[in-house]
Design a protein around this ligand. Structure first.
Ligand code: MN
Length: 383
């Protein structure tokens, strides 16, 4: 194989750019709390997570990846069923040319009883432990260190507060689970300036579930690839992994979508809808009946006596979707002309606003916020 004859000097010359797939935060065997525990759909979603994992490995094979880097939270919990472990390890075993590196995260820390310690992994699998260390292949060094508990209060990149000394003749990559956004984080607070202090060529991060795209600390590119398969409406839209060619002089990065379903939130204005059927057909029109999971937030103004039930709407059409939830955030439409005649504090308020010298625009604004304040107020009926 061509790569086996590559030397350190080739790496330094900038000619050699290892192909890397960077993924993180798969959270395999998540309970999927949108569904009842152990329901069929929760089970389907867990199977789909494994499918997404297989897809990532297949992509790595197709692009002849040198490394598959997993930046933590591969599993949702510290304990994993043997069935799941066998499935994952079989995919690794089928691809002996891909060097797998795993830096355990806060959900799947490197602790006693962890499968990272106890399972008999394929020879191409490298799992980082409590020491900062590296895996070396063809002039490339992958540095990493594991979470050894659910928290890591001091930076994992520093051993006794000292940064590693890198050899510039290698392509040096850091693989780590942690938090670059808060220096007081209990999840491995990372100072991105440490990346450039060390002189890494790429930093593959995990922990933040949305893809951040490539950022730079000095000249060092780093990225949170995000979760490859969303698990809730807080992990919306397309999810995926980063495909990287990392060099000394020039690197290239590409996002690859891997998720099988997307979580989609839609705000739908149902003002003017006269009944449940109209609301349902509006939703059906705006949310295609596809594989995705939908959260519909109903907005707009409905007449006071409409009696909207989001639950009822949901029940009427949810069988057309893999998952649909409907929330009611509509406001009540008020007939201000009629309200002026109401014998109540609210009626008096509306009357006074209309009689005032305010501009029409201001009147509308005052009425809007004033009437909101009145909501729930006891009204004296003049009939
Ligand atoms: Mn995570």
């Amino acid at each position: 194989m061509e790569q086996e004859v590559l030397t350190e000097n080739v790496a330094l010359s900038g000619a050699y750019r290892p192909v890397i797939v960077h993924c993180a935060d798969l959270h395999i065997d998540t309970p999927f709390s949108n569904f009842p525990p152990n329901s069929d759909k929760a089970k389907i979603r867990r199977e789909e997570q494994l499918g997404t994992f297989s897809r990532i490995v297949s992509v790595a094979r197709e692009i002849h990846a040198d490394f598959l880097l997993i930046a933590g939270d591969l599993f949702d919990a510290a304990r994993v069923s043997n069935e799941t472990l066998d499935f994952i390890n079989d995919r690794f075993k089928e691809n002996p040319d891909i060097t797998i590196c795993i830096a355990p995260g806060n959900h799947d820390p490197y602790v006693g009883g962890s499968p990272y310690k106890t399972y008999d992994w394929a020879p191409n699998v490298n799992i980082f432990d409590d020491q900062l260390s590296y895996v070396e292949k063809n002039g490339v060094r992958i540095y990493g260190r594991a979470f050894t508990g659910h928290f890591a209060r001091t930076p994992l990149l520093r051993m006794s507060n000292t940064l590693p000394k890198l050899e510039a003749s290698y392509i040096n990559i850091l693989l780590m689970h942690g938090d670059i956004f808060s220096s007081s984080s209990v999840y491995n607070p990372i100072d991105v300036n440490d990346f450039s202090r060390c002189g890494f060529d790429y930093v593959a991060l995990g922990h933040i579930h949305a893809n951040t795209k490539i950022k730079y600390a000095g000249s060092v590119p780093y990225c949170y690839c995000g979760t490859p398969e969303g698990r809730g409406f807080d992990e919306p839209g397309e999810c995926g992994v980063m495909l990287c060619k990392v060099g000394k002089r020039a690197s290239s990065f590409q996002f690859a979508k891997t998720n099988s379903r997307s979580y989609i939130t839609r705000e739908i204005d149902i003002s003017g809808c006269e009944n449940n059927e109209e609301i349902c057909s509006t939703i059906l029109q705006l949310c295609p009946q596809d594989e995705n999971l939908y959260k519909v937030i109903l907005k707009g103004r409905l007449p006071e006596n409409f009696g909207l039930s989001a639950k009822r709407i949901q029940t009427l059409i949810e069988d057309k979707y893999f998952y649909l939830t409907v929330k009611d955030r509509t406001e009540t439409e008020v007939d201000t002309e009629l309200l002026q005649k109401e014998v109540s504090l609210r009626g008096l308020f509306v009357k006074n606003v209309y009689a005032s010298d305010l501009s029409d625009e201001m009147k509308e604004e005052v009425l809007k916020s004033g009437l909101q304040a009145f909501e729930g107020e006891v009204i004296v009926d003049d009939n």
